[in-house]
Design a protein around this ligand. Structure first.
Ligand SMILES: NC(=O)c1ccc[n+]([C@@H]2O[C@H](COP(=O)([O-])OP(=O)(O)OC[C@H]3O[C@@H](n4cnc5c(N)ncnc54)[C@H](OP(=O)(O)O)[C@@H]3O)[C@@H](O)[C@H]2O)c1
Length: 299
């Protein structure tokens, strides 16, 4: 079975590839600095905006499943660069959904907890979306495209993802936090933003499991701990033996020049617990898993 993953140099895709490589022939698409092919993993250099080359690649690989993890995931960048965010987060998703539909390929699309406005919290898959920034708007529209394109498609809404990077680049708050704490720098975290963080290892395993089962529709991939970002960062600092005083509380909605964030975007993971064999984990369990994996890899 062949798995095609977009955004293969990214944070989430790195973990998907690690989990998939023993059971799938994996094809990763990245637009810069390709890693060397290894075992069952093959990389392809491509800007996803080049739909002609993307179509050619689809026809050449003939994947059984596509996990679409590429996106512009920086919320403030999307707010200031709406046309780029639109082209990549919506336009590219549309192209991929069409290619999947034509060849009857199952598509798993990575979306986000920020599709919600954050006024309710502990959102289920049945709750209405109401985006409050442009990134979230693009994600809501891309979700609709994927779900209306084929009945077997999946929209996986990811909570805040916690983990280390398997490549040198990527969207990891934990990596940035540890770098600052190592330098004894103070770090500000929003106390108004409540989330249900998921570790990237559990997330990668869950996405690969979804590639291989019969689930279709929307699923929330979130951890078991509902916590604000400030207290989350404090717990991480304590668990990692850094001084907790280095973590400073802030209100993200009072920072000028920043796109609005939902206050409480926590998600209910009951459906994931019901559907998946991969266990959803608490903040402590997820962090322990990440640090143990790091130790094993450095041995
Ligand atoms: N990390 C989180 O906490 C989180 C939470 C909720 C949802 N998500 C969603 O999960 C998915 C994966 O996020 P992530 O954290 O892994 O983000 P990431 O580390 O920024 O990875 C995204 C990847 O997409 C690639 N990409 C963007 N535009 C491209 C294009 N035109 N052609 C080819 N590749 C392109 C980027 O390549 P370049 O490096 O070359 O730009 C990057 O490697 C995204 O859909 C994101 O919205 C993430």
């Amino acid at each position: 079975m062949k798995l095609l993953i977009t955004g293969s140099n990214g944070f989430v895709a790195g973990s998907v590839i690690t989990h998939a490589q023993d059971h799938w022939e994996v094809h990763g698409i990245a637009r810069s600095a390709l890693p060397v092919d290894h075992g069952n993993v093959h990389y392809h250099l491509l800007d996803l905006l080049d739909s002609e080359k993307l179509t050619e690649l689809f026809h050449k690989i003939k994947p059984d499943v596509v996990i679409h993890a590429a996106a512009i995931a920086n919320i403030d960048f999307c707010e200031k660069n709406k046309s780029i965010a639109e082209e990549i987060n919506v336009g590219v998703t549309k192209t991929i959904a069409q290619l999947c539909k034509e060849a009857d390929i199952k598509m798993i699309h990575c979306s986000t907890d920020t599709v919600f406005d954050g006024t309710k919290g502990f959102y289920t898959e049945a709750d209405f979306t109401n985006p409050i920034n442009y990134y979230a708007e693009t994600k809501v529209r891309s979700e609709q495209i994927v779900l209306s394109s084929a009945a077997k498609n999946i929209v996986a809404r990811l909570a805040l993802v916690m983990g280390l990077l398997s490549r040198e680049k990527g969207n990891s708050f934990l990596f940035d936090l540890i770098e600052k704490l190592k330098n004894n720098e103070q770090v500000k975290f929003a106390e108004n933003e409540i989330r249900t963080p998921i570790d990237v290892i559990t997330l990668g395993a869950s996405l690969v499991e979804l590639a291989d089962n019969n689930f279709a529709g929307i699923i929330h991939l979130a951890g078991n701990t509902r916590i604000d970002r400030f207290n989350m960062a404090k717990q991480i600092a304590v668990d990692m033996k850094f001084p907790a005083e280095l973590i400073i509380s802030t209100n993200s909605n009072s920072i000028p020049d920043r796109a609005p964030r939902p206050n409480d975007a926590s998600m209910d993971n009951s459906k994931a617990k019901q559907i998946l064999k991969t266990p959803m984990r608490s903040l402590h369990e997820g962090l322990a898993l990440i640090m143990n994996r790091k130790k094993e890899n450095s041995l």
